[in-house]
Design a protein around this ligand. Structure first.
Ligand code: 4AD
Ligand code: MG
Length: 453
């Protein structure tokens, strides 16, 4: 039976007769022996295997090259070498699949840009192994966080007819040939359909029945912004709570980010050492900082005043009434507050129709959570639960209530104050690992001009 290297290395006593399988990282030959480093992706560390030239299979040692897959049986013994506790003394070795000299990950020290061109092989590098193990643990932690708080997981649809954010950044889904702008009734679903930009509207319907719900799924945006923080396909976590206002929404958002930072410190310690060494020296400190400090809360108008008073010359000047740019967001968290910041009560004019209008008639109960190094990681709001006001918001944003009849219905039948938010999973991972480009925290990035793998 195969034992994963992660468990082999966690042994507290020597063990006999283990089988280990994985990919060769390096091999060094010495007189009558070879030393082979094997990694199986179960953890960051590789296992050193010592192969005596006389053991069965050792005749093929010349094919145990970087990238080859191998199977080894042997005994785990204390290693005399510095820097490792255990090594495996092989009793028999077997070459499973060769890798010739064209294997592109021969040497260390490739650039991230180069590794993106071999997205099918980069999980075999130390960095990407660490990133995707962390991604997996965090995905689990997301479910754990919500399940422990009695949130019900809802699978919202990927194909949808409604533009939740009203930003018109949707990918069309159609089976029409030729003129895709022809009769919508002739299309597959009998209407125009798109890939979802958010599961929120559907999540709201479930919150108005099951109280506390969340979605966790792929989300698509056809924004043509080629930045390090935007992907055309990304994963979003969207909780929605009935009988909840903006303050409750901010409480949950902040607790969620803190819990994810804590989980990373506690459960991804080995991979974090790699991020610390090769990606971002301050990552661990930053996580500890988020776990320990309360988030700052500041109304949008005050955030704008702080930015105006800052005396900084921003690339995009601060304009009251406009969206904050990421340089503004980063100034607030990194320089002014030196803490994660939740900005709330944004101008009505720059936010979607579903946000609840404040009594001032000019702002809505929107909130964004900003973290150092990234800027916005969460966007959310209390929802407009008043029927007349929702219809007025739709008119204000030039939307036809008929297109959203089922969403409007929620305000007709037992409406309740409710609130929720969306957290971009890749943005969170960038924050937690220190990896600076969204393309490097998602297995196969989709960005403008890029969908090869
Ligand atoms: O602020 P956004 O657009 O909010 C919504 O979609 C709401 N419907 C959420 C809700 O209230 N249920 O997006 C939410 C988060 C952002 O804060 C950001 O982290 C991430 O999604 N995000 C992106 N991540 C990667 N690439 C993109 N193009 C992203 N656009 C948004
Ligand atoms: Mg947003």
């Amino acid at each position: 039976m195969r034992t994963l290297i992660r468990h082999v290395l966690a042994s507290t006593t020597p063990r006999e007769g283990l089988t280990v399988q994985g990919w060769v990282r390096t091999r060094r030959d010495s007189k009558g022996f070879s030393f082979v480093e094997i990694n199986d992706g179960s953890c960051l560390a590789s296992l050193q295997v010592v192969v005596d030239a006389s053991v069965p299979g050792a005749g093929q040692m010349h094919d145990f090259t970087t990238g080859a897959s191998v199977s080894v049986q042997g005994d785990l013994v204390a290693s005399p070498a510095a820097g490792q506790r255990w090594e495996l003394r092989a009793r028999r070795v077997e070459l499973v699949g060769k890798a010739d000299a064209s294997f592109p990950l021969q040497k260390k020290g490739h650039t991230l840009e180069f590794l993106r061109t071999i997205a099918h092989l980069r999980p075999r590098s130390n960095l990407f192994g660490a990133v995707f193990r962390t991604r997996s643990r965090l995905a689990h932690a997301v479910h754990q966080f919500f399940q422990e708080r009695d949130f019900i997981h809802v699978h919202t649809p990927i194909i949808t007819a409604s533009d939740c954010e009203g930003a018109g950044e949707m990918f069309r889904v159609t089976t029409l040939k030729g003129n895709v702008d022809g009769d919508p009734a002739a299309d597959f679903f009998g209407r125009r359909t798109y890939l979802t930009v958010s599961g929120q509207l559907e999540a709201e319907t479930f919150a108005c029945a099951l109280s506390n719900v969340y979605t966790f799924g792929p989300t698509f945006r056809a924004e043509n912004s080629n930045t390090a923080r935007h992907a055309a396909e990304f994963w979003m976590i969207e909780p929605e709570m009935a009988f909840c206002d903006l303050a409750g929404d901010m409480d949950l958002a902040e607790a969620f980010v803190q819990a994810m930072a804590r989980h990373t410190l506690e459960h991804c310690a080995e991979d974090l050492t790699l991020f610390e060494r090769f990606v971002d020296k301050e990552v661990r400190q930053r996580l500890a900082f988020v776990v320990e400090r309360p988030f700052q809360r500041v109304p949008y108008a005050e955030a704008v005043a702080i930015l105006q008073r800052s005396g900084k010359s921003f690339e995009f000047p601060v304009e009251p009434g406009a969206n904050l740019q990421s340089e503004h967001e980063r100034y607030l968290t990194e320089e002014h507050f030196k803490a994660p910041v939740t900005v709330f009560n944004y101008p009505r004019t720059i936010k979607p129709f579903y946000m609840r209008l404040n009594d001032d008639g000019a702002t809505v109960t929107a909130m964004d959570v900003l973290v150092p190094g990234i800027g916005e990681v969460i966007g959310g709001s209390q929802r407009e639960e008043r029927l007349d006001q929702l219809l007025d918001n739709m008119k204000f944003q030039k939307l036809d209530p008929k297109d959203y009849w089922w969403y409007v219905d929620l305000r007709r039948y037992g409406t309740v104050p409710h609130a929720g938010f969306g957290l971009g999973f890749e943005r969170l991972l960038m924050f937690l690992t220190g990896v600076g480009n969204i393309r490097d925290v998602i297995p196969f990035a989709r960005t403008p001009g890029n969908a090869e793998f």
